[in-house]
Design a protein around this ligand. Structure first.
Ligand SMILES: Cc1cc2nc3c(=O)[nH]c(=O)nc-3n(C[C@H](O)[C@H](O)[C@H](O)COP(=O)(O)OP(=O)(O)OC[C@H]3O[C@@H](n4cnc5c(N)ncnc54)[C@H](O)[C@@H]3O)c2cc1C
Length: 489
């Protein structure tokens, strides 16, 4: 049997790579982790989830301060933000989490961490910092970068992406955001709340285009109400640097053009897999901008070379990368064949209100040709939501024709946390009846989960047929009161 330096080598020390490294080493595999940056943690820690959610919380607090009177408080004296302070707070949160993702911690787990950019020499060996290193299995976990569109003039105009937007010296006065996906929508609201004049340009007729339109439109209305301007069904004609500001010329579907000007352009138009420079061509591993070509066990054409995280081109979330990491550990180290199954992958867009999703939404159900029923409850009828000053949003439970829940969409306060009950329910095959009968603490936002299940059950239990049956068997006498004008029978 060939002697390799390592049982498993992982390229990329972000969400996916760290999961595989920790799992493999703790199972006793001789594990190598290679990272090209100076620190581990990847996009999520340094330029993604962690800094964006920290910035969102700062913007949320500032928004509450500005709206103190809505809570019966005296108006607060609001000063303009100093973005350097916000950037410091973001860095301090990153530094705390960095300890968890440090070389020392991974060494303690038994992982050899090397820094550099490896390239495959053959199917088992890479060239790294002038040495050849071999491993029985390899995992490509190199993540993704912002996709930069070929918009005329963009290459000659200064712009920022998610890598630069947490370290501004001062708050941008105005910002044009290209794209209206989750990152664009979250940042549009956060910067707008902090005081930036924000315009969002979107090619299609809806923001958050993977979501149901009614939910996405509600998010847009909230952002619009806070001052964000949206240009939907619009394409970018040209971009140019005017010195003190930048100009983006857009064209609406009907042909009308418009010139928009702002100090800053933020490009948030999707992601491109980081696969160049690994010499995948040299070992005949096919890929495109979206990612690697993988089978359901996350293997490339070479069955011992796997892909996890954003390079899979599937779902670009930290928890998806972690899930895929566990699949690879199972396949490569345990030799227990496991396939990736994304049917119940949840996610959340952290706008305020948040928009969380698990399983089918109406769009996906229609595309899959599934017939469904929907049940809706609104946050304006949830006591806790009202106490907190939150009235916008709803939960949408989607059932197949047999009454089995196949998906839930929640738009509302802390929707990302509320969806967790459905993660357990849908994974555990819990019926709406169980959820409706389970005692939930009052007053909580989570009661909306019980209520939507209960409303569905009520429609079955309080039917005319059941009423007639009870009337017949137990001689019930029927209604004791009739509102004025309602006919008695
Ligand atoms: C602004 C923003 C907000 C986000 N918010 C969320 C969120 O709230 N929730 C969520 O679930 N997801 C969020 N994401 C997505 C999440 O960050 C990614 O899905 C996740 O980081 C993917 O993990 P990964 O391991 O594939 O890649 P990464 O975590 O990026 O790790 C890849 C690593 O590989 C390294 N690397 C790249 N090329 C090489 C090479 N040639 N050699 C060696 N190392 C290399 C990189 O330096 C990096 O450390 C957000 C992303 C962005 C941009």
């Amino acid at each position: 049997m060939a002697a390799y330096d390592f049982d498993i080598g992982i390229i990329g020390g972000g969400s996916g790579g760290l999961t595989v490294a920790a799992g493999a080493a703790q199972l006793g595999a001789k594990t190598l982790l290679v990272e090209k940056e100076k620190e581990l943690g990847g996009d999520c820690l340094h330029f993604g989830c962690v800094p964006s959610k920290t910035l969102i919380q700062t913007a949320h607090v500032y928004h509450l301060m500005k709206n103190a009177q809505k809570f019966g408080l005296p108006p607060a004296e609001i000063k303009a933000v100093d973005f350097r302070e916000i950037a410091r707070r973001i860095q301090s949160v990153i530094q705390i989490i960095q300890k968890h993702d440090s070389e020392e911690r991974f060494c303690k787990l038994g992982v050899k961490v090397e820094f550099g950019e490896p390239a495959f020499m053959d199917e088992h060996a890479v060239q790294l910092n002038g040495k050849s290193i071999s491993a029985k299995n390899w995992v490509i976990a190199t993540g993704s970068s912002p996709a930069i569109p070929p918009a005329p003039g963009l290459d000659r105009t200064p712009y920022v992406t998610n890598r630069e937007m947490y370290s501004f010296e001062r708050l941008p006065e105005s910002m044009i955001i290209l794209g209206a996906g989750p990152i664009a929508s979250e940042m549009a609201q956060a910067f707008s709340r902090l005081g930036t004049r924000v315009a969002v340009i979107q090619r299609s007729g809806q923001i958050l285009s993977n979501e149901d339109k009614d939910m996405a439109d509600l998010v847009m209305e909230v952002l619009r109400g806070e001052g964000v301007t949206f240009y939907l069904n619009t394409s970018v004609v040209s971009i140019q640097d005017l010195g003190k500001e930048r100009e983006v010329v857009i064209q609406a579907k009907e042909g009308k053009t418009l010139s928009l000007k702002a100090k800053t352009i933020l490009v948030a138009l999707g992601r491109e897999a980081n696969l160049k420079g690994l010499n995948l061509e040299g070992i005949q591993i096919p890929y495109d901008d979206k990612g690697l070509k993988l089978d359901t066990r996350l293997r490339t054409l070479h069955k011992h070379i796997y892909g996890v995280g954003d390079v899979t081109g599937a779902y670009q979330f930290t928890h998806a990368a972690g899930y895929e990491g566990s699949i690879v550990v199972s396949n490569a180290i345990f030799h227990l064949p496991r396939k990736a199954n994304y049917t119940l992958l949840p996610w959340c867009t952290f706008t305020d209100p948040e928009l969380a999703s698990i399983g089918m939404n109406e769009k996906r159900a229609k595309a899959a040709g599934i017939e469904y029923d929907i049940w809706i409850e609104e946050f304006k009828d949830n006591d806790r939501s009202l106490a907190e000053g939150e009235q916008v949003g709803k939960i949408k439970m989607i059932l197949d024709k047999k009454g089995k829940p196949i998906g839930v969409q929640i738009l509302g306060p802390r929707a990302g946390d509320l969806v967790s009950e459905w993660v357990a329910a849908l994974n555990g095959g819990v019926k709406p009846m169980t959820l409706a009968a389970a005692i939930h603490p009052y007053p909580t936002l989570g009661e909306i989960n019980k209520k939507v299940a209960g409303t569905y059950l009520s429609s079955k239990i309080f039917s005319e047929g059941i009423k007639k049956g009870l009337h017949f068997i137990f001689h019930l006498k029927g209604r004791a009161c009739h509102p004025a004008g309602e006919e008695t029978s």
